[in-house]
Design a protein around this ligand. Structure first.
Ligand SMILES: Nc1nc2c(ncn2[C@@H]2O[C@H](COP(=O)(O)OP(=O)(O)O)[C@@H](O)[C@H]2O)c(=O)[nH]1
Ligand SMILES: [Mg+2]
Length: 401
């Protein structure tokens, strides 16, 4: 609405183009990717080049790499283009990487649909040993898993006769007279392959000023950015208790009647420590930059250059013991979903390093997250963790699972 009123007076060519679609995907596990490729191909007629834009570490290069090995990219390109550098360190994508986008001709779309149908009819047991192994690896990385494949394979060597009708039919973007090169030769695009090509670009991305990752070393960033599926960790806190997420975030439960649940969604490698208000400051001073709180690392020397934690008071009103009322987002270190008894008023004080963003997200992203927990560990405020099962899209499920 705000956008609409801002754009009202503007000339049509100054208005940002309308949002045409939103997709939930994981470039890392392939979830939703085939759907995204089909959607992008439907826009072929109206689109020119494609740019992947977003904040650093939002996953542009990972998305670029997944698109590179999908039907979105011309079949010769993955062999030629070095895969985009996926790096946890912001700004490492230095040169603009690009690949040529395949022209989705009717014939190609038909063959792609046939392949997708075949894939969806398979069960997990019917996959090859390698595919199964790969799928299990993906399940460790995320809860939503998908499989990304290619319909159009490049002829690999002159002995393998892999009949490709696109090589013989007349097409606008490829010259059928241009024979595929032998594998040993250094591959390069021919003039015909690139002269009318549309390109998909990876970009270095936008640096967010108030992001905690800017304050961290490469080694620290690797611990903070989750490499595996996050296992939610829930704790029950009484008023007067404090929760630390490494030394990057702190939440004090200052006032309230009843205990409340705090579910941490952050890299599994970041320690969570629960203590009391009276011990919190000493713990922070003594253990920050030590093994105990893990990040930042490097002892007193490191802490000299690290900004202090600054507080912000937050009041929340609970909506019941199964549904979180809000997320407290501790910059990019993670977030904590707070679940409290209905009508219960809480006063919290949350901290992030000076200059980094603390955001209260209401409503929360995953309202029922506190219900995914194991049994309470006796004598502690912690519950055993419970890893939710993964879901694989586009595979027929067997009765046994
Ligand atoms: N779970 C998950 N992690 C991702 C996804 N995409 C990227 N990542 C991770 O996020 C980090 C940054 O990704 P990268 O592609 O380098 O981001 P870029 O800076 O936007 O190019 C890496 O550690 C990736 O493994 C995704 O779809 N799911
Ligand atoms: Mg990148």
């Amino acid at each position: 609405e705000e956008k609409a009123s801002r754009n009202k007076g503007k000339a049509p060519h100054l208005r940002p183009p309308a949002l045409v679609d939103i997709r939930l995907v994981s470039a890392k596990t392939g979830y939703g990717m085939e759907g995204l490729v089909s959607r992008l191909q439907r826009s072929w007629k109206c689109a020119g080049d494609v740019y992947l834009l977003g904040a650093t570490n939002s996953g542009k290069s990972t998305l670029f790499n997944t698109l590179l090995r999908s039907d979105y990219c011309k079949s010769r390109a993955p062999d030629i283009i070095d895969r985009a550098t996926v790096s946890p360190w912001p700004g490492t994508t230095l040169n603009l990487l690009k690949f040529p986008i395949i022209n989705p001709t009717c014939d190609r779309i038909f063959r792609r649909q046939e392949r997708l149908k075949e894939e969806a009819a398979k069960t997990e047991d019917q996959l090859s040993i390698e595919e199964k192994k790969y799928l299990n690896q993906l399940k460790k990385q995320g809860y939503l898993v998908g499989r990304v494949g290619r319909t159009f394979q490049q002829q690999k060597s002159s002995t393998e006769i892999d009949f490709d009708p696109d090589m013989l039919s007349y097409s606008m973007d490829e010259d059928p007279r241009d024979p595929p090169k032998k594998h040993e030769e250094r591959e390069e695009f021919t003039h015909n392959e690139v002269k009318d090509a549309r390109w998909c670009f990876d970009t270095p991305g936008i640096v967010k000023e108030d992001c905690v990752l800017n304050l961290l070393t490469e080694k620290e960033v690797k611990l903070v950015l989750p490499s595996h599926a996050i296992v939610p960790r829930t704790f029950i806190l009484k008023p007067g208790m404090v929760l630390f997420l490494a030394a990057l975030g702190r939440i004090d439960y200052l006032e309230g009647e009843k205990p409340a649940w705090f579910s941490v969604l952050a890299s599994n490698l970041l320690p969570v420590h629960v203590t009391t208000l009276s011990n919190a400051d000493t713990i922070y001073e003594k253990h920050t930059a030590q093994e105990f709180l893990k990040v930042p690392m490097g002892g007193e020397e490191r802490m000299k250059e690290f900004p202090p934690l600054v507080p912000q008071d937050i009041t929340l009103k609970g909506i019941g013991t199964t549904e979180a009322v809000a997320d407290i987002k501790l910059s990019s270190a993670g977030w904590v979903a707070v679940t409290a008894h209905a009508e219960e008023e809480l006063l919290l004080r949350a901290y992030t390093p000076k200059g980094t963003a603390l955001v209260v997200r209401e409503p929360p992203l995953l309202p029922y997250i506190s219900t995914i927990r194991g049994a309470r560990i006796p004598g502690t405020p912690a519950y055993r963790t419970k890893k939710p099962p993964s879901f694989v899209e586009n595979l027929r499920t067997t009765g046994s699972r």
